[in-house]
Structure formats: structure tokens, C-alpha cells
Design a protein around this ligand. Sequence first.
Ligand SMILES: NC(=O)c1ccc[n+]([C@@H]2O[C@H](COP(=O)([O-])OP(=O)(O)OC[C@H]3O[C@@H](n4cnc5c(N)ncnc54)[C@H](OP(=O)(O)O)[C@@H]3O)[C@@H](O)[C@H]2O)c1
Length: 369
Amino acid sequence: MKIKRVLKWSVVVIVLALLVWFQIAYWTSTNDCGHNTGAPTNPMKAITYCDYGLANLKLEEVEKPVPNDDQILVKVRAASVNPYDWHFVEGTPKIMRMMGVGLRKPKDTRLGVDFAGTVEAVGKNVTQFKPGDDVFGGRGGAFAEYVCRRAEGAVALKPANVTFEQAASVNIAGITALQALRDKGKIQPGQKVLINGASGGVGTFAVQIAKSFGADVTGVCSTRNVDLVRSLGADHVIDYTKEDFAKGSERYDVILDNVPNHTLSECRRVLNPKGKYVLIGGGGPNDSRWIGPFGRIIKTMVLSPFINQQMGMMMADANHDDLTILADMMQSGKMKAVIDRTYKLSEVPAAIAYLEEGHARGKVIITVE
Ligand SMILES: NC(=O)c1ccc[n+]([C@@H]2O[C@H](COP(=O)([O-])OP(=O)(O)OC[C@H]3O[C@@H](n4cnc5c(N)ncnc54)[C@H](OP(=O)(O)O)[C@@H]3O)[C@@H](O)[C@H]2O)c1
């Protein structure tokens, strides 16, 4: 009896302690907004947000960054918008907030990742780049006039025949498409590859990359994008408003899922017995605001060891070598970025709102003057 009572009170105390800890953590979760009251000494314009929500985005003057010994300073000429940015703006799925993004307010008040621009200065240890080089890559805070980033990492030289807007499209979407097909899908010439969501940022790159590997490519998109997806090289295009790929008779070796709108068993039905299902997308505005795509990710991980088909998710890992591969593909004309709309730096909120609708055709670009 005594042990039972001790256990009961221990549980109550632990739960209360966790609740108190959560409350304290929530209310002390803040960012640097309001701490730097003085005007920047060397200002540049950047998009900032002190609280979650699109309405809280501002174009502000902040301190221009200074490169350390291992960094380059890039004058940004173009940036691109990704669903990734939208997740950070909204702080969803909310589980992200508990994973260090900021419980009540965003910890990092800067936005944007993909950029292309010109190197303005380099740190003393940098040998890969010099002032005047045109480069592209990824770095947090890319919705700004300048970014600093380590020279060793997700940055590469921009080919001269590729525009800044095209190059700024590549970092997240192009790398995701490449790594999903090559590393997770282990794509081989002649294989049948299905790309669900073939007309978006990732999909438009994926169709072209899969073709360059010699695959037989099927793209899934809506009616208005059928011609676009075919023009990118898809051998077959399924208009999802008229036909459901998961009910068809075709079987695929690799499925790249940018729009997980079918159950895993529906996808498995059209996957060859040893086929590979690569989960890329999920967690859009219509998914659970708390766990987003994590439920489906866990299901694929649990299922995979028990079946012959390989089911898994991928997380893009931007790096210099893969950016260089994509730059070469663009330079040689094997791949191009499809640019849907272009916005100014001051219009980042409108650009993110447009992407959030879920029907961008290729990439949404921010030009920085
Ligand atoms: N795992 C990772 O590392 C990683 C990296 C990048 C992106 N992602 C995720 O991957 C997803 C795709 O990213 P993205 O940049 O390509 O997004 P996006 O550019 O916003 O993709 C929008 C595209 O989705 C298509 N779409 C919407 N509903 C569809 C449906 N029912 N069937 C087929 N296509 C449909 C739209 O085509 P229509 O207009 O024709 O409907 C549109 O072209 C997002 O969820 C993103 O968060 C994950």
C-alpha cells in the first residue's frame, strides 16, 4: 500500500514538475528582437520576424555580416522560396518548436536559405573563392542583401551561362531531387520512376535528373501542368484530376513522393516487389499542425524492415559536390530551373503566401537589387 502511494505521488510530482518546466521554458523562449535598440552601424536590408506568422515578417535594416577567416561574404542577387521557409514562418509542425526552433517565438529571426550572388570578400583561410566570383548555395538568412557562409559547404561556382535566378532555385529543391533519386532510389537506366508532384520545385528538377539517369519517367501533376512536365522530358504524364496513379496497372521501380496524398499501402500496390518508395514531402498547410509529416515518416520506418520493398524518407543534405554536379548539368543544358514567379525582397511575405497555396509551377524567386 505504502509503495503504491509513493509511486502515485511520485508520478504527480513528476507531471507537475514537467508542466512547470514547460511553462517556464515557454515564457522564457524568446529571441534577440528588441535587444539591439541602436541603429546598425553598417546596415543592410533583410527580412526578419520576431513572432511566428506571415503577418509578422518585416523588411528591416540589420547589421551587414562580416566574414570570419573561413567564410565568404556574398552580395545576394537572387534567392528562392521553399516550403521549408513556410514551416519556419509558421512554426509548424509545432513539434519543431520543441526541437529547438523556439517554443513561443522563433529563436532565429532571419529567413530564407537558397541564394545566388557575387562574392564581395573572403576570410584569410579561404582558397576556394575570390572576390568577384559568382556563386550559389544555401545559408540561413538568405532573404537579405548579404550573407556570410563557410567556404567549405553548400556553395559552388555559378556557371556563366546560368542566371542568378536559375542558380538560386537549386540548393534545396535540386539537391533533394538528386539525392532522392541517386542515393535513396538508387536509380538505374531503364527503370520505371514515378514522380508524384512533378510540377513543383523538387518535381521539375526530379523529372530532368531521372531522365539524365536514363529512367523511364512518369510525372503526376494537374491538367495545366501536363505540357510543362512533358516538356521537361517525362515519358508519361498522369493528370491527377483525371486519373489516380495508385489505381493504375503500371508498376514502378522507384516512387518519389512529393505529395503524400496516398496511403503507404496504395503506393506499395504500384511499386515492384523490390521497388523503392522515397518519401520527400508532407506537412503542408492541410496536414496535422502538431506532427506534420512525422506520423507517415514513422509508419514508413516501422513498415520497411518487414517487407521486400524499401520504404524510407529522405532529408536533403546540401553540399559543395552535389551543387557542382547540378551546376554542370545546368551549364551543359541537361537541366534547367523552371521559374514560376519573381518577387522583390520586400515582397517575401507574398511569395511565401503563394507557395503555401501548394500549386507553384517550379520555383518562386526573390530578386535582390
Ligand atoms: N525531405 C526533404 O529534404 C525535402 C526537401 C525539399 C522539399 N521537401 C518537401 O517536399 C514537398 C515538395 O516540395 P516542393 O518544393 O516541390 O513544393 P512546391 O514547389 O510547393 O510543390 C507544389 C507542387 O505540388 C503539386 N501538387 C499539389 N497537389 C498535388 C497532387 N494532389 N498530386 C500531384 N501533385 C500535386 C502542384 O502541382 P499542381 O499545381 O499541378 O497541383 C505543385 O506543382 C514539400 O512538402 C516540401 O516540404 C522535403
